[in-house]
Design a protein around this ligand. Structure first.
Ligand code: ATP
Ligand code: MG
Ligand code: FE
Length: 341
C-alpha cells in the first residue's frame, strides 16, 4: 500500500509517501526554524502562515520524488494532534482536500504515535514494547502491550526535556532550538556543577525538569552578579548529565517492571548523542530487550513517521472523514486494564 502523509503540528511542514508502512519513497521537510529564531521560539501565527505557503509545493515534491501520482495512493494520513491548533489545521485541511478529491480513506494520526512508529522505518516493532518519547513538548514512557495500544506509565509533571534544553540554551546564548548545540558542548565539558536529579529516586516513572532548569539559570545569574565567568561547556555537560541520568534511571526501572522485546527511543531529543550512548550501555543489562534508536534524520518532526503510524492504522481500518478536526491536546486513548507482565 502507498500512504501520502502530512505533518504540520509545529514548525515543520512535511509531506511523505510511504510504502507498506516501512519504506520511505519521499519525505519532504520544509523547516521554518529561521523565521522563529529571532523570537526565541515558535510563534504560532507565523507557523500557520508558513504551513499555508509551503504545503502545496511539499505535496507536489513528495509525489514527484516518490514517482507516484494521486491514483497510485491507497490512503491519506495526517497528524491531528497534539500541537499548535492553527498549524495542525493546515495539514488536516490539506489532507481532507486530497482525500475527498481522490476518493481516498483518511487516517487520523497522533503525533506522538508517529514519533514512536518512526522506529518501524528501520526495523519492525516487536511487542510488547516500551517507548521513551522525548521531544519539545513531551517526555513520556509509553508501554505498548500490542499494536496500537499506548499506556503512558510515566510522564513529565512540568517541562519537557526538549523545552528545558531550549530554555537553558537561551541562557547560554544559543539560538532556538538549542538541543543539538548543547549536546555538542556537553561532549567537550564535564559535570562539575552537579545539578539536581529531580524525582530520580521516587517510586514512579514520572519526570520533572523545571527544577533543573531553575537551578541552571540561578547558577548562571549568580555568577553574572559577582562577575564570575563559568565554563559553558561544563554548564552544558552538567545539565545534560542530569537529564540523561534521570531518563536512563527511570527507563531502566520501567524495563524491570515491564519486560519488553524492544525499547524504542523517539522524539526530537532522541537525537541526543549522550542519551543514545547511555541507553546502549544500560541495555546491556537487558539481553532480552533490543534497543531501537530512531535514526537521527527521523527524530525531528517529519511526515514519514506519520505515514509509518498511519499505515498501521490503515491495516486496522481506523479511518475518519471530513468532520476531522485538529485536537491540540490530543492524548493516547486511556487503557484501563492494568498491564499484564
Ligand atoms: P512534540 O513532539 O512534543 O509535539 P515538537 O514536535 O516541537 O514537540 P520535536 O520536533 O519532536 O518537538 O523535537 C524538538 C526538540 O528536540 C527541541 O526542543 C530541540 O532542542 C530538541 N533536540 C533536537 N536535537 C537535540 C539533541 N541532539 N539533544 C537534545 N535535544 C535535542
Ligand atoms: Mg519541531
Ligand atoms: Fe514532535
Amino acid at each position: 500500500d502507498l500512504i501520502l502523509s502530512f505533518e504540520t503540528s509545529c514548525d515543520e511542514t512535511s509531506v511523505a509517501v510511504i510504502e507498506n508502512g516501512d519504506t520511505i519513497l519521499s519525505n519532504i521537510v520544509a523547516t521554518q526554524i529561521k523565521s522563529h529564531q529571532r523570537f526565541g521560539g515558535v510563534v504560532p501565527e507565523v507557523a500557520s502562515r508558513h504551513h499555508i505557503e509551503q504545503i502545496t509545493s511539499c505535496i507536489n515534491d513528495a509525489l514527484t520524488q516518490a514517482k507516484v501520482t494521486y491514483s497510485d495512493l491507497s490512503a491519506v494520513a495526517v497528524t491531528y494532534g497534539p500541537g499548535l491548533v492553527g498549524a495542525l489545521l493546515i495539514g488536516v485541511t490539506a489532507a481532507k482536500a486530497v482525500a475527498w478529491a481522490h476518493h481516498l480513506p483518511l487516517i487520523p494520526v497522533n503525533h506522538l504515535a508517529g514519533h514512536i512508529y518512526a522506529a518501524r522505518l528501520v526495523e519492525p516493532i516487536e511487542f510488547p514494547a516500551m517507548a521513551l518519547v522525548v521531544s519539545g513538548g513531551h517526555t513520556e514512557l509509553v508501554y505498548m502491550p500490542k499494536e496500537n495500544r499506548f499506556e503512558i506509565i510515566g510522564e513529565t509533571r512540568d517541562d519537557a526535556a526538549g523545552e528545558a534544553y531550549d530554555k537553558i540554551g537561551r541562557v547560554l546564548g544559543i539560538n532556538y532550538p538549542a538541543g543539538k548545540q548543547v549536546d555538542e558542548m556537553a561532549h567537550k565539558g564535564h559535570d562539575t556543577f552537579h545539578f539536581p536529579r529531580a524525582m530520580d529516586q521516587d517510586d514512579n516513572f514520572d519526570f520533572s525538569f523545571s527544577g533543573l532548569k531553575t537551578a541552571f539559570i540561578n547558577t548562571v545569574h549568580h555568577a553574572d552578579q559577582i562577575h564570575e565567568t563559568l565554563n559553558k561547556d561544563d554548564l552544558a555537560a552538567s545539565f545534560q548529565q542530569a537529564v540523561i541520568d534521570v531518563l536512563a534511571d527511570k527507563t531502566k526501572r520501567a524495563l524491570q517492571d515491564y519486560p519488553v522485546k524492544q525499547l524504542i527511543l523517539g522524539g526530537g531529543v532522541a537525537a541526543n548523542k549522550g542519551l543514545r550512548n547511555r541507553l546502549e550501555k544500560e541495555l546491556q543489562a537487558f539481553p532480552k530487550t533490543s534497543l531501537e534508536l530512531v535514526p537521527l534524520s527521523l527524530c525531528g518532526d517529519n511526515a514519514a513517521m506519520i505515514g509509518a503510524a498511519g499505515e498501521m492504522l490503515y491495516r486496522h481500518r481506523v479511518f475518519t472523514n471530513a468532520t476531522l478536526n485538529a485536537d491540540p491536546s490530543l492524548e493516547f486513548e486511556w487503557i484501563k486494564e492494568p498491564a499484564t507482565n
